[in-house]
Design a protein around this ligand. Structure first.
Ligand code: PLP
Length: 423
């Protein structure tokens, strides 16, 4: 490891206290970042200070403490707005997570659909981008159709989304298209911008599930031209129980409110209610105002990881780790990797989901845990996609920029030890 790289990685890891933990007597190697990321000290300190010094309900009171809480909450909205290059803070709605953001759109948008209308989703969707659409479709008699991956239509087995099918699937009956920016199973980057331009020509609105996308790529919602973009704070170094829904203003204005309650109203009588303007129309009740406010330091940390010398160094290291993991996993005949880039240009984030022939993924995960390694096993909330690969469970190692090549190598050697113990 070169001096600069070593220093940058050491400095970065020092910022994240959990990376210094010991698990089962071993140094923790945290490789479950696609599920949630570890928090930098600046987020932890911010939350502690906010709970101690800025804790009062937002948007409601005339006293200084409440003012401070409101200021911090609205500052985070501005930070999110800049981070994804939204036109205005009116476009940014705080929710409780990606799941809540997608449910909000699925529920409110689909109320106006009719029997036989089509909601188009992707085969590589997380359950959060499948089930809300099914619930909404059932209510109005709409139909769900699916853009296949190459596994589904027998055109290969990389897990690539078959973009060539999109044009054909975007018929007049399609009323909304729900895309995945980056799959939480394959780590493959879907060409959302290109797909959106096809949908745009047909005036079909598009929601993008950015739960992984916002963590692993620079998101510019205006350049992407999506109508909705959803993500979770906890996956991008922020608090749990906080999410973001970006929406185009004209669409958000047309949608009915999702939940009713305090803060989302303008006037209320027993007979009739008028609603607050955007974004509060969609923020009923007391929000997780401290968690949401902590998006400011969380996104600052993300910016630190992605920009300047630090960003370049960590990106180069991440690419090396990705290549190393791909080389190891692809040349092993007993490993089935789900999600392989077909070309050098096809983006793949360091998310590796795989099975080893004849060995149960959960058993491996348990043994790795004894060696200090945290990885996910199971369905990863993407049962239809995993089933299409012929799997009922899998192992997933997902890296963040604070992970190191040494950790990747340690993972590989422990994986081999675990295999020997289990075979
Ligand atoms: N979409 C994708 C691609 C994800 O990876 C996840 C979480 O793993 C979600 C949606 C759901 O996110 P949350 O549970 O934070 O709402």
């Amino acid at each position: 490891m070169s001096g600069t790289l070593k220093d940058i990685i050491a400095r970065t890891r020092e910022k994240v206290p959990a990376l210094g933990l010991t698990m089962n007597g071993q140094k923790l190697v945290y490789l479950d970042n696609a599920a949630t990321t570890q928090k930098p000290k600046q987020v932890l300190d911010f939350i502690q200070k906010a709970l101690t010094e800025n804790n009062a309900n937002v948007h409601r009171s005339m006293y200084e403490l409440s003012d401070r809480a409101t200021t911090a909450y609205e500052a985070a909205r501005k930070k999110v707005c800049e981070f994804i290059n939204a036109p205005s803070v009116e476009n940014i709605i705080f929710t409780s997570g990606t799941t809540a953001s997608i449910n909000l759109v699925a529920d409110t948008f689909c109320r106006s659909l009719s029997i036989g209308d089509v909601i188009l989703i992707e085969a590589d969707s997380h359950h959060s981008n499948i089930v809300p659409w099914q619930l909404a479709a059932q209510r109005v008699g709409a139909i769900i159709k699916v853009i296949p991956t190459d596994i589904f239509c027998g055109r290969g087995k990389s897990g690539r989304l078959v973009v060539e099918e999109v044009e054909k699937l975007l018929t007049d009956r399609v009323k909304i298209l729900a895309l995945t920016h980056i799959s939480n199973i394959t780590g493959l980057h879907n060409p959302v911008k290109e797909i959106i331009s096809v949908a745009r020509a047909k005036k079909i609105p598009v929601l993008v599930d950015g739960a992984q996308g916002v963590v692993h790529s620079k998101v510019d919602v205006q350049a992407m031209d999506c109508d909705f973009y959803a993500f979770s704070a906890h996956k991008i170094y922020g608090a749990t129980g906080v999410g973001v829904l970006y929406g185009k203003k004209e669409l958000l204005e047309q949608l009915p409110p999702y939940m009713g309650g305090g803060d989302m109203v303008e006037t209320v009588s027993y007979e009739k209610t008028t609603y607050a303007s955007l974004p509060l129309k969609f923020e009923a009740g007391t929000p997780n105002f401290i968690g949401a406010a902590s998006l400011t330091p969380a996104l600052e940390f993300a910016e630190y990881l992605f920009s300047g010398d630090v960003g370049e160094t960590l990106k180069a290291e991440e690419q090396k780790i990705t290549q190393y993991m791909l080389d190891i996993l692809l040349r092993d005949n007993d490993v089935e990797l789900y999600g392989t880039p077909e070309t050098q240009n096809m983006g793949k984030s360091p998310i590796f989901t795989f099975n080893i022939k004849g060995i149960n993924a959960g058993d491996i995960a348990q043994l790795l845990d004894k060696m200090g390694i945290a990885v996910r096993s199971g369905m990863m909330c993407a049962e239809p996609l995993l089933n299409s690969f012929g799997a009922t469970s899998a192992l997933r190692a997902s890296f963040a920029p604070y992970n190191t090549m040494e950790e990747a190598e340690y993972f590989v050697s422990c994986l081999n030890r675990a295999r020997k113990m289990l075979s």
